[in-house]
Design a protein around this ligand. Structure first.
Ligand code: ADP
Ligand code: MG
Length: 725
């Protein structure tokens, strides 16, 4: 039998089968679905003023926002300094006012029609002619009837999204609001609590019935806030419960081997290093060491900005395992990077009598077979390779530790492949922080976290500049001068040509004109996307040994490549890159004690001059939003050197779902909470969820039965999460 709220909404007054069908198209089938279709905005009626009042306010120097309601009289587009300005004139009972937009004229022209009523919210300004004006205000449209009626209704007016599916059956703001009102009045009382009572009490949350009521028709803003808080908490609580459950799963396994740190070997190794480890590196190492010595498998995320020195930490961790007679694996995202790790590590540990082997795709068959034998018979102690290492059937002799470098390029899938293979071994995942601090725990909440939050002492912050293409001659001059002091330069051109032929030609054209004209006195080399990794590697190697001054690259220079004397990077068409990519690219320089420079070159002079970092995109057209975001990205690079700061901006620009690309990020798609803004609620929800699972691993206790039921009901939720696991 159905309970009331599970009945179809077609039985609500003024819905019926036809409208029910259109609701169904946007995912609303039952009364309960409708109860959770919350408004997107609210308008506080008690703060609405009329024109005369607002003018008085403005004259008195009042700085705050006001809300005013008016009817559109007319609108027009002005031209001003090659820009289009959009103006709408309104009237209310006491006078006239106007709204102005400096962007998106075309778009707004289709929004405001004569005779329609809008609520306008913004800071009032008085023009030099004494007109009341609002610049880029927030606005809400009213149905005509409503504009006359609502002066007699509720205090806070909810605004719902009315998608075109609903409009097609003649549903508008007002009719939708009425239908929802009916549902709330008659059915909200039947909602059952979706959090355990003891958590609702302990956390001082609003109960579900009052929450739903207040989300739609709040008495006042504090009660709306309580309702929103409850929705956010619940959402984050369930997400974190899944993370906690996953973490439990890992923790119950036991390793079949015991490892003790042999400090002699480590001491000997540290002595041979040309530098001392930073405090952060030491701290992180002791955390890793505890995990390696424990009988539970390590699942640790090592986070550290580009250049913070993660490789050496990984290497020492591997040495601990190797000294106990186990093998250690280091996986890199690309062959060229694997190869560089292999060379570095061999150079550092072979004198300790440790055998390092490389396994990558491009090797000769005989070479490959030899390496595979060494891995199987155990003579290979440290094995460096790409992810091919786990995808193929490599038989390890005694595997003790797997290190994954640059996790963000691997994605979550590879990590799960490892676990699926039943490799009950220690795993250390390294990442250069494409994820903001605040999010790490929710994304990788089943991992323990170590952070290298300190750069090696000798580093100077990289100086970053943003220049228009017209400044290229000066930039070339700068490269030439600095080459005189032994500086090397990366010159990056992002090519996105579809066909190999075209791309190759473009790369060669750039290269030729640089070599014969702008930089003809310097030694130049070229790397492009169509080269084999061996060829790239050879050039990288020659560049690193200073046979060239300038490396021209038409592909992204591999993440993680380390060339100490390359201290200038020029990124052409910088707008083509995402923020985390730009930061990774910049990380190719500044890896020594010399001053490093990053020059971002943009086509658009405009973007270069602007330093507006306003993240408000309301009412910009899609085109302008893209331009605006580009400008913010480039200017953020100039302003910030920390990858953490940049990743936070990136997150705001992209939205969590899109962080560095795809779903791979494993970030939840949240409806109510904002992972950045609600960081406090997130951490509270996390603590609560982890405490619940700690105490009641199987969710078997009666008081937690609601949690179990909710998890089962939201089945799609758990499927998505288990895929990440
Ligand atoms: P990332 O964290 O980006 O992987 P790397 O491990 O490649 O950084 O280190 C960058 C450079 O810094 C390397 O040349 C490395 O040898 C050097 N390095 C690492 N640790 C220190 C330290 N404590 N002091 C000085 N240089 C260091
Ligand atoms: Mg690295």
């Amino acid at each position: 039998m159905h309970d009331n709220i599970s009945t179809s909404i077609q039985y609500l007054k003024s819905v019926g089968p036809k409208r029910a069908e259109s609701f169904s198209k946007i995912g609303i089938n039952t009364v309960k679905d409708l109860l959770f279709y919350f408004p997107t905005r609210y308008l506080d009626r008690s703060t609405i003023l009329n024109t005369v009042k607002v003018v008085q306010h403005a004259v008195n120097g009042y700085e705050g926002e006001v809300t005013i309601i008016g009817e559109v009289v007319n609108s027009e587009i002005h031209r001003y300094h090659r820009k289009q300005i959009f103006k709408v004139r309104f009237k209310d009972a006491s006078g006239f006012f106007e709204c102005v937009w400096f962007q998106g004229a075309k778009y707004f022209q289709n929004v405001f029609h004569t005779g329609e009523y809008f609520a306008i919210s913004a800071k009032p300004v008085l023009t030099k002619y004494g007109h009341l004006q609002f610049v880029h205000p927030d606005f809400d449209r009213f149905a005509e009837k409503e504009s006359k009626e609502f002066f007699h209704t509720g205090k806070i007016i909810p605004f719902y999204r009315v998608p075109k599916e609903l409009k097609e059956t003649n549903l508008g703001d007002l009719s939708l609001r009425r239908i929802v009102h009916q549902a709330v009045e008659n059915f909200a009382k039947d909602l059952s609590e979706s959090l355990p009572d003891y958590i609702v009490k302990e956390k001082n949350l609003l109960n579900i019935i009052d929450t739903v009521k207040s989300m739609h028709f709040p008495q006042d803003f504090p009660s709306l806030e309580s309702a929103q808080h409850r929705m956010k908490f619940e959402e984050l609580f369930y997400f974190e419960t899944m993370v906690a459950l996953r973490k439990q799963l890992v923790k119950v396994k036991t390793k079949d081997h015991v490892i003790k740190t042999k400090s002699d070997l480590i001491k000997q190794f540290l002595k041979s290093l040309p530098f001392e480890l930073t405090g952060a590196q030491l701290k992180v190492l002791s955390e890793i060491r505890k995990d390696i010595e424990s009988d539970k498998p390590m699942n640790r995320l090592l986070q550290g900005d580009v250049g913070s020195g993660k490789t050496i930490v990984a290497l020492i961790s591997m040495l601990i395992v190797v000294a106990n007679g186990y093998q250690a694996v280091l996986m890199a995202p690309t062959e060229i990077l694997a190869d560089q790790h292999f060379k570095n590590i061999s150079g550092l540990v072979e004198r300790l009598g440790i055998k390092v082997s490389l396994l990558i795709g491009g090797q000769k068959k005989s070479e490959r077979e030899k390496v595979l034998r060494e891995i199987t018979d155990g003579s290979a102690q440290i094995i460096v390779g790409t992810h091919a290492l786990i995808e193929e059937n490599v038989n390890f002799n005694k595997l003790g530790l797997v290190v994954i470098d640059e996790q963000h390029r691997f994605g979550v899938m590879q990590r799960s492949t490892l676990v699926q293979k039943g490799l009950n071994t220690d795993i250390l995942i390294m990442t250069a922080t494409p994820i903001p601090r605040t999010l790490t725990m929710s994304v990788y909440g089943d991992l323990d976290l170590s952070v290298i939050d300190e750069m090696p002492l000798n580093r100077k912050p990289i100086k970053t500049f943003l220049r228009g293409e017209n400044k290229l001659p000066d930039i070339y001059q700068f490269i030439i001068e600095k080459a005189g002091d032994g500086y090397q330069t990366f010159l990056v051109y992002p090519l996105i040509e579809e066909s190999e032929k075209v791309e190759l030609k473009a790369a060669e054209t750039y290269f030729k004109s640089l070599r014969t004209e702008h930089l003809k006195d310097l030694r130049l080399c070229l790397i492009h996307g169509r080269m084999s990794w061996q060829d790239k590697e050879k050039i990288m190697f020659d560049f690193a040994s200073k046979q060239y001054d300038v490396l021209v690259s038409t592909t992204v220079i591999e993440v993680g490549i380390d060339i100490p004397d390359a201290n200038i990077i020029v990124i052409n068409d910088a707008f083509r890159f995402g923020l985390s990519q730009l930061h990774q690219l910049r990380g190719r320089v500044g890896r020594s004690d010399k001053q490093a420079y990053c020059i971002l070159v943009a086509k658009d002079e405009h973007a270069v001059k602007s330093n507006q970092l306003d993240l408000n995109f309301d009412y910009l057209s899609p085109d302008q939003i893209e331009k605006h975001k580009t400008m913010i990205r480039l200017n953020a690079m100039v302003k910030h050197t920390s990858g953490f700061d940049l990743s936070e901006i990136d997150l705001k620009l992209r939205g969590p779902g899109n962080i560095f690309g795809t779903q791979q990020s494993g970030l939840p798609e949240l409806k109510y909470a904002d992972l950045i803004e609600d960081a406090k609620i997130l951490s509270d929800a996390r603590d609560t969820a982890f405490a619940v699972i700690e105490e009641d691993r199987q969710l078997a206790q009666e008081k937690n039965s609601v949690i179990k039921k909710s998890l089962q009901e939201n089945f799609h939720y758990s499927i998505r999460l288990s895929q990440i696991a």
